[in-house]
Design a protein around this ligand. Structure first.
Ligand SMILES: [Zn+2]
Length: 204
C-alpha cells in the first residue's frame, strides 16, 4: 500500500500542534527556553526520515543522537539532541484524515507524549538506555493525561478517552493486543519505540 504523507495544510496543523505541545509540557515541568536548549529536539515527518528512523507501526518514534565533538561550541552545549520521527500515514489513519478539527488534538497528544519523554530524559528522571520501558511508558501516559486533561482544544477529551484512558497504565501488557490498541506509541516488539536502545547509540 502506498504511504500517505501530510499535506501542506496538515503540516501547518503540525506546526500549531508543536507550539501547543511544547507550551503545555513547559508549563507542567516548569521548563524555560534555557532548559530546552540543553535538550534540543526537532520534529521530522515521514518524507524526511532515514530508513532507520522509520517509526514502523507506531505513530511516532524518538531517536537520540550524540553530537559529534567538533559540533560542540562550548562545554555548556547539549551533548545530545532528540528527533521526534512522525509516521504521517499512521497518524492520518488514527485521526480519521487530515481535517484540522480531528488532526490538531491528535497531533498535540502524540507530540506531548514524546516531549514528556524528552523532558524526562533531559532532566535525568529516566535514563535513555534504561531497560525499564514499560514502567516509563506508564509514567509518560499518566503525565500526558495530566497535562492534556485540562486542555481546551475541541476533541481532546475524545482523543484521551480513546488513546490514553485512565486505566491505560493498569491494563498495558507487553504483547497484549488490547494494550497495543489503547497505547498508540507502541510498535514492534519493544514496549515503546521511543526508548529503543539502538536509537540511543546513533551518532550524527
Ligand atoms: Zn512513549
Amino acid at each position: 500500500m502506498a504511504e500517505r504523507f501530510f499535506t501542506r495544510a496538515a503540516l501547518r496543523t503540525l506546526d500549531e500542534a508543536a507550539r501547543v505541545a511544547e507550551d503545555l509540557t513547559s508549563d507542567h515541568f516548569r521548563l524555560t527556553s534555557r532548559d530546552w536548549r540543553h535538550m534540543p529536539y526537532e520534529i521530522r515527518t515521514l518524507r524526511e526520515l532515514a530508513a532507520w528512523e522509520h517509526p514502523g507501526r507506531a505513530f511516532a518514534h524518538l531517536v537520540r543522537y550524540d553530537r559529534p565533538l567538533e559540533a560542540k561550541g562550548s562545554g555548556g552545549d547539549a551533548r545530545h539532541f532528540y528527533r521526534i520521527c512522525l509516521h504521517d500515514g499512521n497518524i492520518l489513519a488514527a485521526a480519521g484524515g487530515g481535517h484540522k478539527a480531528r488532526l490538531l488534538p491528535f497531533l498535540v497528544y502524540v507530540l506531548t507524549h514524546e516531549l514528556v519523554h524528552v523532558a524526562r530524559f533531559g532532566k535525568f528522571a529516566h535514563g535513555f538506555l534504561s531497560n525499564r520501558h514499560l514502567e516509563e511508558e506508564r509514567r509518560v501516559d499518566r503525565l500526558t493525561r495530566e497535562i492534556l486533561a485540562p486542555c481546551p482544544i475541541p476533541g481532546m477529551g475524545g482523543v484521551l478517552g480513546r488513546f490514553c484512558p485512565e486505566e491505560a497504565g493498569a491494563t498495558r501488557r507487553e504483547g497484549d493486543p488490547r494494550g497495543r490498541q489503547i497505547l498508540p506509541m507502541q510498535g514492534g516488539r519493544s514496549p515503546c519505540p521511543s526508548t529503543s536502545t539502538n536509537a540511543g547509540n546513533a551518532t550524527r
